[in-house]
Design a protein around this ligand. Structure first.
Ligand SMILES: [Zn+2]
Length: 107
């Protein structure tokens, strides 16, 4: 019996020894926006704003707060799903649609 390496977390297919199991990692970071100051900003009550911000954060879930700063995921992928992701990512980067291949071909 072939040794099971794992399952594709996209399509659910079992991947056995002799095939390749791939891993995709996705990290989402808070990148922030531009810092802009207006003359009114200098007149604001910053201590009150900080207190308001802390009060709002205290009402938020810890996981919710953490997710807004950084999220990280890892998924196993089979050969076909890796190719599909690859094509979609390449399309995103290049802006061109890659040649279509049959999902069920054995290449
Ligand atoms: Zn798959």
């Amino acid at each position: 019996m072939k040794k099971l390496l794992g399952r594709c977390e996209n399509c659910g297919r079992a991947v056995f020894k002799g095939e390749t199991l791939f891993e995709i990692r996705i990290d989402i970071y808070a990148k922030g926006g531009p810092i802009e100051f207006e003359p009114e900003d200098l007149e604001k009550d910053h201590l009150k704003e900080m207190k308001d911000l802390i009060a709002r954060m205290e009402k938020m879930d810890v996981d919710e707060l953490t997710d807004e700063v950084w999220e990280s995921y890892r998924f196993n992928l089979c050969h076909q799903c890796r190719k599909d992701f690859h094509s979609k990512l390449k399309m995103k980067v290049s802006g061109t649609i890659p040649p279509v291949r049959s999902r069920y071909s054995n290449n």
